[in-house]
Design a protein. Structure first.
Length: 253
């Protein structure tokens, strides 16, 4: 039976005092917690949909870790039913309302919010989704193919990144309707995906990420665990300015 291997880690970086990122892989969640080493999980492909996603709590807002944890836990619960683009959109709208409701119930959490990016793996296809600037990539022989769409304003000349996001789950005082980016593409044995918060992509250019992921290794799962560590290391060596959360996903037969 084909299966899915997920290698993931989450770290606060070198500047932030706490980790406000969260991650979900199937029913497993990692919420605002630091992992010293990549964690590798295996899931069968062909039964229930398998969801893998990262959520990045908004910095500068209260309760970023609360918002990201709320979203990944809800997605983990909804994951087995996310077999279509419509179902994924509905789940993201539900997450958005849940963040606003939780913020409205506690004055200390007012304007909390989070980004999210993820994939849902089905037997023959993959559904990609995101809200905000966390990213999803397909890893190809020619480098990284970005599947997500950054919710950010146009970059100024000479700039590669921006901290401004134009759409998040939660993040304001009044309920704001989101327009999730959701798309589908074929899935084949050997396909690989990278999901990550901007704590990886802001300090490390895509070309460097692709070089790390192209490094050969005899064992696929060990290769992804090693690559996860090397991606984290690249972000740390670039200053580790933000929380770093990533998941490498591989389809095996």
């Amino acid at each position: 039976m084909p299966y899915i291997a997920v290698s993931a880690l989450s770290h606060e970086g070198l500047i932030r005092e706490q980790n406000e990122d969260s991650l979900v892989a199937g029913p497993w969640t990692l919420c605002a917690t630091v992992t010293g080493n990549p964690q590798t999980l295996l899931f069968p492909l062909g039964g229930d949909p398998v969801l893998v996603a990262v959520a990045d709590g908004l910095g500068g807002h209260p309760g970023g870790e609360v918002a990201s944890a709320l979203v990944v836990r809800r997605l983990a619960a909804d994951g087995p039913g996310l077999g279509s683009e419509e179902a994924v959109r509905d789940a993201l709208h539900t997450c958005n309302r849940a963040v606003f409701e939780a913020a409205g119930a506690d004055p200390e959490l007012t304007t909390m919010g989070t980004t999210v990016a993820g994939i849902v793996l089905l037997p023959d296809s993959v559904i990609t989704f995101n809200v905000g600037d966390s990213r999803a990539y397909r890893v190809t022989e020619d480098g990284l193919l970005r599947l997500s769409v950054d919710d950010s304003p146009p970059l100024e000349p000479g700039r590669r990144t921006t901290s401004v996001v134009t759409q998040t789950l939660g993040g304001s005082t009044a309920l704001t309707v989101v327009r999730p980016h959701v798309s589908s593409s074929p899935l084949n044995p050997g396909d690989r995906f990278l999901l990550c918060s901007d704590g990886l992509t802001d300090p490390v250019p895509e070309e460097e990420l692709a070089t790390v992921l192209a490094a050969p290794h005899e064992d696929a799962e060990r290769a992804d665990a090693r690559a996860s560590f090397e991606l984290w290391k690249a972000a740390i060596e670039a200053g580790g300015p933000d929380n770093i959360t990533l998941a490498l996903v591989r389809v095996r037969d």
